[in-house]
Design a protein around this ligand. Sequence first.
Ligand SMILES: [Zn+2]
Ligand SMILES: [Zn+2]
Length: 355
Amino acid sequence: MAKDYYEILGVSKKSSPDEIKRAFRNLARKHHPDVNKEQGSTEKFKEINEAYQILSDPQKKQQYDTFGSAGPGTGGFTDFNSEGFGGFEGFGDIFDMFFGGQGAKRGRSSSRTNGEDLQYEISITLEDAFNGTEKELDIAHYIACQTCKGSGAKHGTSPTRCSSCGGSGQVRTMQRTMLGSFTQVVACPTCHGAGEYISSPCPDCRGSGKAKGRHKVKIKIPAGIESGNNLRVQRAGNQGIRGGAPGDLYVQVHVKPHNLFERDGADIVYKTKVTFVQAALGIELNIPLIDGKASLKIPSGTQPNTTFKLKGKGMNYLRGSGRGDQYVMVEIATPVNLTDEQINLLENFSKLRKE
Ligand SMILES: [Zn+2]
Ligand SMILES: [Zn+2]
């Protein structure tokens, strides 16, 4: 888990922007290296600054609240370990979606190539989002060509080292300008930065060193996940070629609409109807929850669209323990198709009604 920025600033998740700012100022004043000569004050000051950078920026703060990190290095994604396993029915061949028209070229560079990241999308139910779940994805991706073991060179041959750059793939050029001479490092024009070239390409992959493959990835979806959240499975993207690192797999999660509940962050909104008699006299209702039922006492004299809160009966929080709340909005149904007897009663009621 990343640093707890809230703890660093001594504020809570519920603190207002003003409270966060005040806490930051107080701490910054106290730990500023110009003022505080104690050992470690510089680090402390940096840490306070870092925390404030995140918590004072609504977007970064939200990302941090959701994923526990907000640094550019992480991109705000949550890492989950992947495991491959079989027995999963695939999503169909989606190679064309990702790799359409990208045929390997003859004699193409044979340098180490890092695998590309892949992006997938999955849909889950609100119940899955509440409990957390595991999904299995059948990933279409590139792997190293089995024939040439990813070298791209025909069996019995190997890539030839580029003589122009001596295999480094880079050449230095000197540029003279009015301001002086600059040395610039550019990709070798002969081998296009590969450091080597393939004179006899592998017939199976036409020199690319890549082949289409599939693998199964198990995705752990944490409880409390929200629509639009991305999960990253490290190294589950396209395989790197010739020793290059594999890319990552990004899975965007969509939470399907629920037939009973609406979700509002960690809270759940549930709408129900009572008759005007029930609203007037009060009633005890059985309310469905995402994980069961609760009874809710509607007091007498309840007005239309009154909202009741079932504390701690909402969605699980993604970070930390606990749950949001469930809100029950009570609509009042006006009776229709009244019998003569009912009409009489209501007319009498109306006459009796206290002004
Ligand atoms: Zn090959
Ligand atoms: Zn070269």
